[in-house]
Design a protein around this ligand. Structure first.
Ligand SMILES: Cc1cc2nc3c(=O)[nH]c(=O)nc-3n(C[C@H](O)[C@H](O)[C@H](O)COP(=O)(O)O)c2cc1C
Ligand code: SF4
Ligand code: SF4
Ligand code: FES
Length: 616
């Protein structure tokens, strides 16, 4: 397929659509990372084989897609055209689905989702509570396309934004549209995208670059990965439009090395786009030239920082530099460069197609559009969630996320990746946007959301994130290198019972220094986990220091195990399982735990069925 003009693209789209029977059943099997771990490819193969065995190969399509978002329920399949949502599939379920749903047009009730609150089964994806409140502008197309098929992307309207731009918009019109939309970067800092493009466009230099930051180093986050894996052409289309607006003819996609499928899919998409005349010389016959290269990430969290990423692209160590000269003036190879996040690029075609007014009507005053979050931790519905900016934490965690498992209490949510902050239960009605998150001591970051329940120790959480950042610090500047090391030591002392009250002032002072004196965002935002937990959970720090107690029962050095003779039935299970021979007792007699021998492994606490083992 070679498209040589804007009009021809529309003709090709009509041709592709004419060749598609929209009533033909299609089984869209999620091939995203969560479902892959649950053998979704075997499920997909079982569909293909069963369809062949029934002689239906020409009558039913099977499509392998990117992540549908509700990873908790994988493997997932959507049956089009009804959009029946089947979850938790195994290969044994497939013959029944083909027989009942495809041949007899009935649902297989045991594979449907049960809405526990309403106490009923739900048939279609749109009725599942997890999806109901979402606005899936970016992720929604994942289930509608095979990411390996440019035809699928074109069929759903793909590259029409590019055609609109090249068919009649001046570069500055495009910049203005993006500025007016109000979109802010989805990679962390929330800088207005249109302003960044404008600066790069106005910067001096014949050669300019556009760069896609697909490094996604935040532990537990997989938004960018899912977009690149599930809908790579949407990112490419955004980048080509951006390049035209800025006046760039060369671009780079910097992909985290641990994302082989994302690398494969973006490379294939680039090849297809080139063959189709959507990348390369004279795109769509417009005279505009632009091409892209893919680079694999350097494997360090700090390589996601814009200047470190550019250094890494140049083949140098991925270390940040001071930004008193902006990368829009001197970025990659000292040339004007505009670097944006994967999700930011994927938003661009939407804005061009629907207009700045449409886009800016979604979200809040200062934060427009939707945001994709990866919802993980102590939450019933883990997965990827896309909501309009301004939705409250309560709606995200309870209405969409289904609340906290095992009837436990919600304690806090950590947003913004390792250098984000912990937001307590008292702020659960906070509307989520860039500024509101910053106001309460956290940040949007790239959209990680880690939910914590009553069993989480907030001092331990702060220690974990500070240690992560300490290991990831590039070490170039002293406040970050030494400050994080010292903060890590202090937090370890507190969690191990050696803390002093003065440490809390010291850690506060260190936080201020890191914020003010670090060279890059890693050091500047690193104090957030400590500052926010100190602000909202100071009593836990004090309990560790003054009482030598960990209220959540997490910090091993500060807890002791005992057996409550009143509850102990003498079943002997703890005695059998204890690796330290610390428990003694006769059958049917209360057992005794020798705290001197106990190594605090917690096995007795976990195995006791009579609530007799106490953790204090
Ligand atoms: C330590 C550090 C790591 C970062 N990692 C990423 C990342 O993995 N992906 C990303 O898009 N932005 C990351 N950022 C933010 C980028 O520096 C940059 O602001 C962003 O990619 C710009 O794109 P945007 O304007 O579309 O948000 C990181 C920043 C810092 C300080
Ligand atoms: S703040 Fe930390 S990560 Fe950033 S340049 Fe300094 S040492 Fe490196
Ligand atoms: S915590 Fe571990 S070592 Fe201690 S008594 Fe229980 S099982 Fe034994
Ligand atoms: S990986 Fe299948 S729903 Fe996310």
């Amino acid at each position: 397929m070679k498209v040589t003009s804007v009009n021809e693209l529309e003709a090709i789209r009509s041709e592709i659509l004419a060749g598609k029977d929209l009533d033909k059943p299609c089984i869209a099997v999620c091939g995203g990372p969560g479902c892959l771990a649950n053998q979704c490819l075997e499920v997909r193969d079982a569909f293909v084989n069963e369809i062949a065995a029934k002689g239906l190969t020409d009558k039913v399509d099977v499509r392998t897609t990117g992540c549908h978002g509700f990873c908790e329920c994988g493997p997932i399949a959507l049956i089009y055209p009804q959009e029946i949502f089947y979850q938790g599939l195994s290969i044994d379920d497939i013959p029944e689905i083909i027989e009942e749903t495809i041949i007899n047009n009935k649902t297989v009730d045991r594979l449907l989702y049960t809405d526990d609150k309403a106490g009923q089964l739900v048939e279609t994806e749109g009725e599942v509570p997890f999806y109901k409140k979402q606005m899936r502008l970016i992720l929604g197309n994942n289930s509608k396309i095979d990411p390996h098929s440019i035809e699928d992307y074109i069929a759903i309207g793909g590259y029409s934004a590019l055609a609109k731009v090249l068919g009649g918009m001046q570069p500055m019109d495009v910049v203005d549209e993006i500025k007016n939309s109000g979109i802010r970067g989805r990679g962390g800092g929330g800088f207005p995208t249109g302003r960044k493009w404008e600066s790069t466009r106005n910067a001096q230099g014949d050669i300019k670059y556009v760069i896609c930051n697909a490094d996604e180093g935040d532990p537990g986050a997989f938004m960018d990965r899912s977009i690149l894996e599930g809908n790579p052409h949407s990112v490419l289309e955004g980048m080509i439009i951006g390049a035209y607006a800025i006046g760039s003819n060369e671009g780079y996609v910097y992909v985290r090395n641990e994302y082989p499928l994302a690398l494969k899919n973006i490379n294939l998409a680039i090849k297809q786009a080139r063959e189709a005349g959507l990348l390369g010389d004279n795109i769509l016959g417009s005279g505009f030239n632009f091409d892209l290269k893919v680079n694999r990430g350097g494997g360090a969290f700090v390589c996601g920082e814009s200047t470190a990423l550019m250094a890494s692209l140049e083949g140098k160590p991925g270390e940040p530099r001071a930004k008193y000269i902006h990368t829009s003036d001197k970025g990659l190879w000292d040339r004007p460069s505009s670097l944006n996040n994967v999700e930011t690029w994927a938003n661009i075609p939407l804005i061009i197609n629907n207009g700045a007014d449409w886009y800016s009507a979604i979200g809040t005053e200062s934060s427009k559009g939707t945001k994709v979050f990866s919802l993980v931790g102590k939450i019933n519905n883990t997965g990827l969630v896309e909501v309009p900016m301004g939705m409250t934490l309560r709606e995200i965690i309870f209405d969409i996320g289904g609340g906290i498992p095992d009837g436990k209490a919600f304690k806090a949510v950590q947003t913004g990746g390792p250098s984000g902050g912990c937001i307590p239960e008292s702020l659960i009605d906070l509307p989520v946007d860039y500024d509101r998150l910053t106001e309460v001591g956290s940040m949007m970051g790239s959209g990680g959301m880690i939910v914590m329940d009553e069993d989480t120790c907030m001092v331990d959480v702060a220690r974990y994130f500070i240690n992560f950042l300490m290991e990831e610090s590039c070490g170039k500047c002293v406040p970050c290198r030494e400050g994080l090391l010292r903060m890590g030591e202090i937090l370890t002392d507190i969690t191990e019972g050696r803390g002093r009250m003065e440490d809390l002032d010291l850690i506060q002072d260190l936080s201020e220094v890191l914020k003010d004196a670090s060279l890059c965002g890693l050091g500047q935002t690193a104090p957030n986990p400590v500052m926010s937990t100190l602000k909202y959970f100071r009593d836990e720090y004090e309990a560790h220091i003054k009482d030598h107690k960990c209220p959540a029962g997490v910090c091993t050095e500060l807890i002791t195990y005992n057996i409550d003779a009143g509850n102990c039935t003498g079943c002997g299970l703890c005695l059998k399982k204890c690796p330290a021979e610390a428990i003694t007792g006769e059958t049917k007699q209360p057992h005794v735990l020798d705290t001197g021998k106990c190594i605090k492994c917690g096995i007795c606490y976990d195995v006791c069925k009579f609530d007799a083992v106490r953790k204090e």
